[in-house]
Write a protein that binds this ligand. Structure first.
Ligand SMILES: Cc1cc2nc3c(=O)[nH]c(=O)nc-3n(C[C@H](O)[C@H](O)[C@H](O)COP(=O)(O)O)c2cc1C
Length: 345
């Protein structure tokens, strides 16, 4: 039964996470190719600064290419001031955004010193006001992506999410690590379960999911509405095909016929990397590509046996054909992918 805005916008069980340097058009487009026919999900951008978006020339740099807006774009905004957020929302909506996400999770020092990102979790009333004015200025639904808080304090987290719900957010995404943890340690998904039990709006769980089975288990353990996958999606995007959600009943199932062996996964990873290379060079200015491709492989290679050798081989390259040849060559050898790796950084 369709019962929330999220059900309408995101029938799929999984979506990609916003990630600076990774969640750009080329990577989104290559991942979209793994979405089963007829299924839709939400596609974030990396966080966009609300002071910059209103003056920004769109489709001008990889972060702002939104040629895939028809696929359900949910751009993420970083900010805490009403006018820049209002003007950014208007611009993003005219560009085709079907929802807007507000970042209340970024823990880098710059965000803390500007009082946005996870710094907003230090002041419940102010965070609620930011949500309220974003909702007031938006024609599309507004969501908030957050961490567990500045420190681990579950009672504070519950008060915080309730204030965000009352302020009009259509759903929240929770990455249950504290600000001080950054991406270290493990995500504590017991906090997702608690928050789900306290809210009426849907909760998307995020953090440390590496396989379709992980996502399936997480949904069972926490009763979250959906799962957001970050780092593992730049290595193993085909898990989009393995996990199904019945749009009418919400029932989840793992499709074992879509499951790839460790060797098939390695070959598929090679194909996926080639698609990202092709789309990047077909879309971006050549000078915008090489560094981004290396960053993409830096995060994705960790599941691949001898992935460090692949990353090293990609490191000095600049031209499209050199990247394609290097990938082609590397994946000629028999390789396999680990189901899990140590997630760092
Ligand atoms: C390179 C990188 C950049 C990130 N940038 C953002 C961002 O722009 N906005 C955001 O909300 N989270 C950002 N994150 C956090 C991810 O969205 C996600 O919450 C985190 O990686 C945990 O999910 P995962 O274990 O599935 O990767 C970033 C993570 C990484 C690895």
């Amino acid at each position: 039964m369709v019962n929330s805005v999220l059900d309408r916008l995101m029938p799929a069980p999984l979506c990609l996470a916003p990630m600076v340097g990774l969640t750009h058009f080329a990577v989104r487009s290559a991942i979209q190719e793994y979405l089963p026919e007829g299924v839709t999900t939400l596609w974030p951008t990396e966080m966009l600064n609300s002071r910059r978006v209103p003056r920004e020339e769109m489709n001008d740099r990889p972060e702002t290419f939104m040629l895939d807006a028809r696929h359900g774009l949910c751009p993420q905004l970083l900010g805490n001031e009403e006018l820049p957020i209002r003007d950014s929302i208007a611009k993003l909506e005219s560009w085709g955004a079907c929802a807007i996400d507000i970042n209340m999770g970024c823990p880098v020092q710059k965000a803390l010193s500007h009082n946005y990102g996870v710094a907003l979790m230090g002041d419940i009333d102010y965070a609620a006001r930011v949500t309220e004015f974003a909702v007031r200025h938006a024609k599309v639904p507004v969501s908030v992506k957050m961490r567990a808080g500045l420190q681990k304090d579950e009672e504070f987290l519950v008060r915080f999410v309730k204030a965000i719900e009352d302020a009009g957010a259509s759903w929240i995404t929770l990455h249950p690590r504290s600000a001080e943890q950054k991406r270290r340690g493990r995500a504590d998904h017991s906090q997702v379960r608690r928050v789900v039990s306290e809210l009426r709006i849907p909760v998307i769980a995020n953090g440390d999911v590496q396989t379709a089975q992980d996502a399936f288990d997480l949904m069972g353990q926490t009763a979250c509405a959906r799962v957001m996958v970050g780092r593992a999606f730049v290595a193993r995007p085909w898990i989009l095909r393995e996990l199904r959600r019945d749009p009418m009943t919400g029932q989840l199932s793992l499709d074992s016929s879509e499951r790839l062996s460790a060797q098939q996964e390695a070959r598929e990873y090679g194909r996926f990397v080639r698609r990202v290379i092709e789309i990047s060079y077909d879309t971006y200015r050549p000078e915008d590509v090489a560094r981004r491709l290396r960053f993409f492989v830096y995060h994705g290679h960790r599941w691949l046996d001898f992935g460090h050798a692949f990353y090293a081989a990609m490191s000095g390259l600049k031209e499209k054909q050199a990247f394609l040849d290097c990938t082609e060559q590397f994946f000629l050898q028999p390789l396999s992918m680990q189901s899990h790796t140590q997630l760092r950084g």
